[in-house]
Design a protein around this ligand. Structure first.
Ligand SMILES: [Zn+2]
Length: 457
């Protein structure tokens, strides 16, 4: 064997076991005791041995609202790796008039030879012309088994119900999964126009123009559209209890709908909009932060299986030089927050607080995202035959978060000053150590494009 990881506690979505892990040719080949000899031994005493994280929701090197996300493939995937994530799925955006194939070629160029970890792409359908829908039929065969639709962003990314139905039909027929950003674009537009007319141009208006009702209406409608054509549906970045109620009702009547939330909804709230000056722009993402009661509902839903996955929705924009594009008009603040490196660390705080079991944590950050997006059985679990994407996690280490201690190439974190417990220390990608002591020691370009299979719901 190439390598044996000894003395650690192996955590999967269903078990927590003291065991050694044997690796050969980049794959896990044995789990147990007395595995024999190996070229190399990695001591994991006192550490948790976790599957590498699978982040199903990131935005790297992506044009947004007149600027570009602050992390590209090199910087963003190094940050992901340092946070314990070994596979990301990025959103490949279609520009108006563009073919999906050309958009995908552009995303391959961004990532090829420049990624620290493995990656795949969701295909964003923003301009659903008939020939684009024809193109969509062929994407699953190319390993692009998920499509993204925006109900939000009027006049830009928004697609109407007719386009949604057509895309859902194709996904149902071809074995793909449709991800939906569920916010009603017209409701937000009306409130934005009123706020601007009243001179309410500051960041707080981002919050006011996107109340829970905006998310709840679109969530209900997305589920109903999927129900009509019997297609599976993945709701990204669910933020509030009232939207979760729609998810629960949909599942109760048999709709194959699953939900994702993001760490920022677990730790930020409307109170962050009370910050002085323009500071609240750091919290301008869509949907916006909600009430403390919603945070409690989300934690409960993560624990009890109502929610299925945690994505970072990493969309980093510098506070100075990017967020301030909207200093005089909140509708021009680039929407998003960083978090690719903090995703697993922040969710692990749920383990520390006794809200989540270790296995549930692993399920939410790795195993279920891998399964839903056609990456299983190679990704998302510690099992014979799986890629040796492995994290040695120190459950006792602590860190006070700030941009200085993170690798994300952005000048703030929404977790600034928070002291966290539990950190990834050593990270392996297909058997090779790429992070040691929270520093990237791999070779850029060793991350590979992963052709994904059909979703398993
Ligand atoms: Zn997103």
């Amino acid at each position: 064997m190439q390598l044996i990881i000894t003395g650690g506690t192996v955590v999967t979505a269903s078990t927590v076991t003291r065991a050694d892990v044997g690796i050969d040719h980049g794959r896990i080949v044995a789990i147990g005791t007395d595995l024999g000899a190996a070229d190399q031994i990695l001591d994991a005493s006192g550490r948790l041995v976790l599957p590498g994280g699978v982040d199903p929701h990131v935005h790297l090197d992506t044009p947004v609202m007149g600027t570009v996300t602050a992390d590209d493939y090199p910087s963003g995937t190094i940050a992901a790796a340092c946070g314990g994530t070994t596979t990301v799925i990025d959103f490949c955006f279609q520009m108006p008039g563009e073919r999906l194939q050309d958009a995908l070629a552009g995303w391959h160029r961004r990532a090829d030879g420049r990624s620290a970890i493995d990656y795949g792409f969701h295909s964003v359908v923003a301009d659903p012309r008939p020939e684009v829908l024809d193109e969509l039929e062929s994407l699953p065969a190319q390993g692009i088994s998920s499509f993204k639709l925006f109900m939000a962003y009027r006049g830009a990314l928004q697609v109407d119900d007719w386009a949604m139905l057509r895309v859902l039909e194709i996904a149902q027929r071809r074995g793909a999964l449709v991800l939906v950003h569920a916010e009603n674009a017209e409701m937000t537009h009306l409130l934005q126009q009123r706020l601007l007319a009243a001179g309410q141009t500051g960041p707080r208006s981002h919050l006011v123009s996107r109340p829970p009702l905006v998310e709840v209406e679109a969530t209900h409608r997305a589920i109903a559209l999927a129900e009509l054509v019997a297609a599976p549906l993945y709701l990204v970045h669910m933020s509030c209890g009232a939207a979760l109620d729609e998810l629960v009702r949909g599942r109760a009547r048999g709709v194959r709908v699953v939900g994702e939330t993001c760490p920022h909804y677990l730790v930020t709230s409307t109170a962050d909009f009370d910050r002085p000056g323009f500071e609240a722009a750091k919290y301008c993402y869509s949907p916006p932060p909600r009430q403390p009661g919603d945070q409690q509902r989300l934690w409960q839903a993560l624990a009890d299986g109502t929610l299925h996955a945690v994505g970072s929705d990493h969309a980093p924009f510098n506070f100075v030089g990017q967020k301030d594009l909207g200093r005089d008009d909140f509708t021009r603040i680039p929407a998003g927050a960083p978090g690719i490196e903090e995703r697993m660390i922040m969710l692990y705080q749920g383990v520390v607080a006794g809200r989540l079991s270790l296995s549930r944590f692993v399920d939410l950050v790795a195993t279920t995202p891998a399964r839903l997006f056609g990456l299983a059985p190679h990704k998302g679990s510690i099992a014979p035959g799986a890629d040796a994407d492995i994290v040695l996690w120190n459950p006792h280490a602590t860190l006070t978060l700030s941009p200085d201690v993170l690798h994300q190439r952005v000048d703030y974190t929404i977790n600034h000053g928070r002291t966290v417990q539990g950190l990834p220390e050593t990270v392996l990608l297909r058997g090779d150590v790429i992070v040691r002591g929270r520093q990237y020691v791999g070779t850029l370009g060793s991350g590979q494009f992963v052709r994904r299979g059909p979703p398993v719901l």
